[in-house]
Design a protein. Sequence first.
Lengths: 218, 205
Amino acid sequence: MNALLIRDLTLAFRAGGGFGLGLAFFLIVTVLVPFSVGPQEALLSTIAPGVLWLGALLACLLSLDRLLALDFEDGTLDLLATAPLPLEAALSVKALAHWITTGLPLVLAAPVLGVLLNLGGDGYAWLVGSLALGTPALSVIGTFGAALTVGIKRGGLLMSLLVLPLYVPTLIFGAEAARRGATGLDPTTPLLMLAGITAGVIALMPFASAAVLRVNLR
Amino acid sequence: MPLIVTDLAVARGGVPVLTGVTLRLDPGQALILRGPNGSGKTTLLRTLAGLQPPLSGTIAGAEDRIAYAAHSDGLKSMLSVAENLIFWARVFGRREIDAAVQAFDLHDLRNRLAGTLSAGQKRRLGLARLLVTGRPVWMLDEPTVSLDTGAVALFADAVRAHLAQGGAALIATHIELGLDAAMLDVTPFRATHDTRAGASDEAFL
């Protein structure tokens, strides 16, 4: 399992690995929002948690395409399926690698970009907390979407359509927790719901992902 | 522990391609699969490797014992030759790659990125992967594609060494490897139209 994680991280950081793609997209979206909305501090401060969460979600979605497609093309998935490592574990590791290369940089960059959007003073800790809790779910659900569409050439559109509805609960509770934190309300309930969703998909989704991948590899 | 296949039927895309395949592969034995293109050799190997379920019949002695190698080698072009081999060795719970590097004469290429190798060199690396898995039964689908005569001889030596250590190999190939191996032509097992009717699961997918 370690070997797979190390390999995926090495590949992501080497040339052409796609590390930074999601982060760059996140950066562009959040930097451009103040320009398009205009210099209205109160309005920006209101929409900041929602914009940051939406940007993070779309940045995650952008990099899902490569998650399994490259390994499918060069035959790695076939060989992994015949290896002693269970496919469920392999997919969990791949989701973890995706989170480390995509979700974690977003979590770390979010407070800096919050300044650009005039996020309320108390909101930073809750924004980082909600993103740290929610982005693992995005990677795990995304792995399921990637496994569903792995054999399809240019399957990005289909995968987005399949994955986006599954992302909605994470987005609702994540953005709500960040919004409540920023406006001084108690964010405990949405945070607990968010944590529940993340824990649930981490526990159950790899089985679904492995099942659809086995069908797709036939 | 021999690999015993009894009355196996395999399908590709929901259409049965081979039926009634019965074979036995003892340790130390190699079996060469023959048959024209599209006769189901690849499908048979994929089924035996556990990548797809058989339509009917039983496979005994294959569980966690098979190293499968097909047209694509599962190599990452941005990793070096040694890194690729070490990765596959660790996936199979091993560390040793020197024997594999030796057997396929990859020593001078150890630190080259796999993406910069020629087709034949990549193939050698893909076959070296079989050695690092430590699995006793090799399932090889056209292993000699893009290999020159020298590399084919290296490959034949590796198979002989593997058999001598009590391993087994099932090889689908069209060229003569010079191995002392039995031959199995899959043509007699090809599914007829009668067996195709009603056996498809496409309607449910």
